[in-house]
Design a protein around this ligand. Structure first.
Ligand code: PEP
Ligand code: MN
Length: 362
């Protein structure tokens, strides 16, 4: 993983000459549908302080026959948005023609969609066509949970000399996703961040959730995990949206949601108090390990007795009574019962292993 650490990825909307506070918010409709819809949504978002406007121009639809976006004419509407509001604009590009059109029409941020990141040929073609641009390029995660494909897309762009790279976490498609449209699998973007510590990373709760109810919760989680920003779809009339109607919110709803988000500090101002608490944790961990070691010694003594008397290792009643005690103590000491049960299952498993080694030794 170390080899990535030198790769400078500097995507940062501030580079485009507009001061944007953290968290960076990108918002706008899933698809540009008409001039009126685009301009009205943008005006409302601008009034609420949003600085970057998104709109899909060419839509990658899973099934034919669904709305495929306005096509290039939508880029004219985005140009108008820039003139009217000064907002930066962002669109998805999936082919070299899209890149050419978007650059010609002065789009500020290009993003590579999840259905494109999965395809190394397509990413390579996009990378070649973007060569020489200093535009921001944001790469969505591939639809399947494959960290290498995501890393590979970043590398392909870096290799042609593009350094203004950031990523968008939009969740992963699993067969029959339940709670979410696309499972967040937070560990994957966190692992990516391990590879590229300076990577500009935002979260797209709209595509993770697929509905409006969970957007707040997922947005908060992303901020708590130190994401740099959010991309949230908004539409002046979500129920009439031609794509992703279920997950879009109005600009006003977006404003309410953003105001509710808790922005946490990187660290305590008085970091020494955090250090002190960490020292206490270290001591407690040491105590835990010592107690586990003592416990294991007792387990071994019991093993000796079982061996001498040739009795079974697993004593069902005993395990049941341990489980019973766990439940009582977890309530008394306010520790999550399921968590404690899992911990004790592991301890019990290890105790059995140790006794089995001992009893089968000649
Ligand atoms: C979108 O942002 O509208 C979109 C199509 O996203 P994704 O590539 O994440 O599906
Ligand atoms: Mn969408």
């Amino acid at each position: 993983m170390d080899s990535y650490k030198n790769v400078e990825t500097t995507a940062n909307p501030d580079n485009l000459g507009v001061k944007i506070e953290r968290p960076v918010v990108i918002s706008g409709p899933c698809s540009a549908e008409s001039r009126e819809q685009v301009i009205n949504t943008a005006l409302q978002l601008h009034k609420l302080g949003i600085k970057i406007f998104r709109a899909g121009i060419w839509k990658p639809r899973s099934r034919p026959g669904n709305y495929m976006g306005s096509g290039s004419v939508g880029l004219e509407w985005l140009k108008e948005v820039k003139q009217l509001t000064g907002m930066l604009t962002a669109v998805e590009v999936a082919t070299k023609d899209h890149v050419e059109e978007a650059l010609k029409n002065d789009v500020d941020i290009l993003w590579i969609g999840a259905r494109t990141t999965v395809n190394p040929f397509a990413v390579q073609e996009l990378a070649e066509s973007m060569k020489g641009t200093n535009k921001q390029v944001l790469i969505k995660n591939p639809i399947n949970p494959d960290l290498d494909l995501w890393i590979g897309a970043i590398e392909r762009l870096v290799k042609v000399g593009i350094s203004n790279i950031g990523v968008i976490h939009r969740g992963f498609s699993l067969y029959k996703n339940k709670k979410y449209r696309n499972e967040p699998l937070w560990q994957i973007p966190l692992d990516l961040k391990e590879c590229f510590p300076n990577l500009f990373m935002i979260c797209d709760p709209s595509h993770i959730c697929g509905n409006t109810e969970l957007i707040y919760e997922v947005s908060q989680k992303a901020l708590d995990l130190n994401f740099d920003g959010l991309m949230i779809e908004s539409h002046i009339n979500p129920s009439k949206a031609l794509s992703d109607a279920k997950q879009q919110i109005t600009p006003l709803e977006l404003d309410t949601l953003l105001k509710k988000l808790r922005i946490r500090k990187q660290n305590l101002d008085f970091s020494y108090s955090l250090d002190n608490l960490r020292k206490i944790i270290d001591e407690k961990d040491f105590e835990l390990i010592r107690i586990l070691s003592d416990r294991m010694n007792v387990v071994k003594k019991i093993g000796e007795i079982k061996k001498e008397n040739n009795i079974l290792i697993l004593q069902r009643d005993r395990w049941e009574s341990i489980l019973h005690n766990i439940k009582l103590f977890s309530e008394e000491f306010d520790v999550n019962t399921e968590f404690l049960t899992n911990v004790f299952k592991l301890i019990h498993q290890e105790s059995i292993n140790q006794q089995s080694i001992l009893m089968n030794k000649d």
